[in-house]
Design a protein around this ligand. Sequence first.
Ligand code: G4P
Length: 547
Amino acid sequence: MNDTLDISREIEREVERRRTFAIISHPDAGKTTLTEKLLLYGGAIHQAGSIKSRRAARHAVSDWMEMEKDRGISITSSVLQFPYDDCAVNLLDTPGHADFSEDTYRTLGAADSAVMLLDCANGVELQTEKLYRVCSMRNLPIFTFINKMDRYGKEPLDLMEEIEEELGIDTYPMNWPVGMGKDFQGVYDRRSEEVLLFEEDTTHGQEIVDFERVSIDNSEIERIIGRRRYEELLEEVELLEIAGDSLEPDRVIAGEQTPVFFGSAINNFGVQPFLEGFLEMAPSPVEGQTYPVDPKREDFSGFVFKIQANMDPNHRDRVAFVRLLSGKYERDMHANLQREERELKLAYPKQFMAQEREMAEEAYAGDIVGLHDPGYFKIGDVISTGEPVEVPGVPRFSPEHFAVVEIEDALRRKKLKKGLDQLAEEGAIQVFRQPRKGHKETVVGAVGVLQFEVLKQRLKNEYDVEVNLRTLDFDYARWVEGNFDPDDFRRHNYTKVLVDQDDLPIILFRNDWALDRCQNQYSTLNFLPNPPGTPGLEQLHGESWDF
Ligand code: G4P
């Protein structure tokens, strides 16, 4: 009885400490820099990396993988955990490249809040907006960091207006910049009513620096920042107090108001106040917010949101990334794979062990564990002990780019098939085949064209297969529900009949016209943008989503 009470107290305490978030930004806004600084302040590293190593990391599939190699720190390239004060912080990596992918979508789906990072000169950019929309569909709490205040940028009030108008979320500035660019002198912290004074960092941002704080009531402040700036600041602060909204924690949690912080990540300036304010306001896992499961439930449950093959070329393992939903994970524990009603041992991937990384022995709701996956898991799987839990499946994006896979060396066909099958299971690509025996043509489908480049590279690096991808001139893929005769569609040159990985029939349509025409002509059939029974994301399409 006491044991049960103890474990439930332990779980409750641990869940409340968890903060699981992702950073959303446009390339170059400073995500790598900010991540590194958060690590520095979280004590996960003692010196932030040199500018050179960051540049090298820029175009890597995962910036973190490179950072991990450079710094020898323990991150799984998908999640980074560090303690701060009493919190256990989980920062999820979203791919840094400009193309939006399902992988990014799935990763955002595992976060309880998001940090929106903007470059003060560029404001809200395209990629930020796309990622923001994915977050706002789930009413995810958003915390904004406006970076690069040491450079000239847009006026702070204009930036607030831009966020409100372009994204439709209210803003609440937590601090307010004093000047910018060469004249950047710091930020005024509205809660403590102090000015945090900026000094160019002489360690090049490598080490933690303490910045001086001076109360706005201290007569010294006028001398330090200059009379003109001081008067401007008083005016602006008054304006914010009178004309601006007040901070409403409930609306922050509902994703309706975003607390905004200004700073300069490269100089470490404003990073700590941001981290502290963020951790104070960001939610811990709550039932119904990210997943419909009580995180304080004693029985363990977890959700597979990402699978990655060949993370380490020396060990051809797959890793299944599991976001914990409830209970307590203990290394090598057993749990039920709900889809197959089969009990599995939840082991860590070998390569993590081989590199003698420090692996957490325990994890709680909000944490992510990377499990060794000999082929057990599919994205969207739920594993649990005790009563099964229900979690909606992962929505899929309908592919909009198609290509035939051509291979020169026919002897490598088997390897190619293995590679394509594995990458399809990861959700990196969708694979379609000719339904008739003897037809070997394989077609791949993707949401963004960059996925094709990644596919080619990964097939070469990880499976030693060189392919050519011949682009097909089709715009849509539709799964067909109902009794249909494939020959009806083979007659047209504006449709192409294939089957997906699960042998479900699918038709490619050359354009809008072709799709409309077939929908009218075959009104007894349903043409679905996703496999039957899989939730889709059509609501995102048609809203000028330029993948
Ligand atoms: P990303 O991951 O979002 O793509 O951005 P990253 O951190 O790589 O930063 C992009 C560029 O912006 C880098 O400069 C970086 O040094 C710079 N940067 C980041 N934060 C700040 C800041 O607070 N102030 C200023 N002035 N610059 C900042 P780069 O010249 O493109 O590359 P590098 O040579 O510095 O690596």
